[in-house]
Design a protein around this ligand. Structure first.
Ligand SMILES: *Cc1c(COP(=O)(O)O)cnc(C)c1O
Length: 231
């Protein structure tokens, strides 16, 4: 094993232990939880190491980087989760390699996603802004707009409404936001029973997310280390 493989293996084991204890504390089955390792800014060689260590789900937040890595690693059996901001003119391209898009926050994206996914089914999550629009530049649909957007996704060809995603608001405890996401998810499932995913929790707040019912955890730095500076 290379030094990098050993480092990633140790970090991954620690994160898996954190997830198990959080599940234990919440009385949840750890098998209900999917760890998505966020590989943005890290090289394809790290993603290959993760795949060797049994990681099946990876997350990326920049289109060009995600497109290049998914092409380079097409021999691996990985699920690619797109978790970043999305421009409508890039939506079709993202849908051509992503297995799931967590950052659907406006109806304008759906035409492109649907076209790009043609021939397959693309899992879509509505990203919800639970900071009350207080963080400028923070993506996400407002809670009151979630139902209408979810209905449009459910009606669109080649798209499957899977659930909701959020990033905890900056500078506030994450628990209230995650609990709110959970309640929005319950309400969504009254009309869309298959929309069971709740994508919440990152390196710093995965325990709070598990306690609040998250099903998909997006963990980057706790597994791969601090991100290299953007080139
Ligand atoms: C980068 C990123 C993560 C991972 O963050 P870490 O703090 O490194 O675990 C999770 N979700 C989104 C949307 C991200 O952009």
């Amino acid at each position: 094993m290379s030094a990098r493989s050993e480092e990633i293996a140790a970090n991954l084991a620690a994160v898996r232990r954190r997830i198990e204890s959080a599940a234990d504390a919440a009385g949840r089955d750890p098998d209900e939880l999917t760890l998505i390792v966020v590989t943005k800014y890290f090289p394809a060689s790290d993603v290959r190491i993760l795949a060797d260590l049994g990681v099946g789900d990876v997350g990326e937040n920049r289109h060009q980087e995600a497109q290049a890595k998914s092409a380079e690693l097409a021999d691996l059996d990985l699920r690619w989760h797109y978790i970043g901001g999305l421009q409508s003119n890039k939506a079709a391209a993202v849908a051509s390699y992503a297995d799931a898009v967590h950052s659907v926050d406006r109806a304008k994206l759906l035409g492109g996603l649907s076209r790009g996914a043609a021939g397959r089914v693309l899992d879509c999550l509505v990203q919800v802004d639970l900071g009350g629009g207080a963080d400028p530049g923070r993506a996400g649909a407002l809670p009151e707009d979630v139902d209408a957007l979810a209905d449009e996704i459910a009606r669109a060809d080649h798209l499957r409404l899977r659930g909701l995603m959020t990033v905890a608001p900056l500078g506030a405890p994450p628990q209230p936001a995650f609990e709110r996401l959970h309640r929005l998810g319950e309400r969504l499932r009254e009309r869309h029973p298959d929309a069971t995913w709740l994508s919440a929790g990152m390196s710093g707040d995965l325990e709070e997310a598990v306690a609040a019912g998250a099903t998909h955890l997006r963990v980057g730095s706790a597994v791969l280390g601090s991100r290299p500076p953007v080139q």
